[in-house]
Design a protein around this ligand. Sequence first.
Ligand SMILES: Nc1nc2c(ncn2[C@@H]2O[C@H](COP(=O)(O)OP(=O)(O)OP(=O)(O)O)[C@@H](O)[C@H]2O)c(=O)[nH]1
Ligand SMILES: [Mg+2]
Length: 313
Amino acid sequence: MRLRVFEAATGQQALARMREALGPEAIVVATRDTENGVRVTAAVETHDPDLRAMLDPSARNAVVERIGDALRAQAVPPPLSERLLARVRETGLDDPVLALADALGRLGAFATAAEGLPDRLALIGPCGGGKTAAVAKLAAEARLAGARPSVASLDTRRAGGVARLRSLLEPLGVAVERCEDPQQLGGRSVTERPEIVDTGGLNPFSGRELATLATLLSQLGQEPVLVLPAGLDPADSGEIAANFAALGVSRMIVTKLDMARRFGGLLAAVDAGLRPCRASIGPAVGSALLPLSPASLARLLLGGSEAVAETSS
Ligand SMILES: Nc1nc2c(ncn2[C@@H]2O[C@H](COP(=O)(O)OP(=O)(O)OP(=O)(O)O)[C@@H](O)[C@H]2O)c(=O)[nH]1
Ligand SMILES: [Mg+2]
């Protein structure tokens, strides 16, 4: 109940003002004649908060349970789930998306949408992970923004590696420079930005191939960015991400979200120290790489595959 006072020359005018301000549900509590006319005290019902429901401890448990169920369904490794749930319990936020987003924000660093990706980058990662498609998407995005990207490829060991990227970028009028090694790549004078480099795929569990990558990274002027599919087994994904983190890689583009039904692998990679910068949903060059934030990841985890379908349409 809230009280308000209205004064006017006549009672009718005071009542009209009251209705205008408080609506038809207002009721008159008292009227009094004054020197200038009439003074009406009116009341309007306010909806009191349901304190009992707000203080009910089981309401908080319901949020924890909902998030716990989602993390299980997403095949998030149990120790990682427990850490996320401990944070959800600690903050006591009532909204599942906000509560999970907060916990994810604590789990690892996320690049902000504005920060995005470096403007000189080399995409690296497991065979078939989506590096070449991501290079093409980044180049297309730059063209759309009116920039003239520089694109080069170090994927020369395999027949057709460079040709595929060329075929993807030809319609955009973007040339692809073939570079046999990092010396040739570094020897060019490139002023265009962004500068995007494609590389050949590797076996992320092979010590020999990781050692070759480490040598390559020590010779690159561009920041290496891991390209990792979202639907990998969580233990594999965490191990792959940890191997790349050990080589000094800190950012990743997550691909093939549309081909994943569980995102525990993505979370395991974030937990291993890789910052998710962008997400690829579908192979088409025209489908943009979307930013990934703790909130969007929380929605993805709570909404599952339906959320991906929504985002991609
Ligand atoms: N559904 C889906 N397919 C994708 C996505 N990104 C890439 N692909 C497809 O996955 C396949 C492999 O992608 P590439 O871009 O060639 O992967 P890569 O990492 O360059 O592969 P290598 O150079 O052989 O190591 C291709 O058929 C792509 O069209 C994605 O986000 N969703
Ligand atoms: Mg490739």
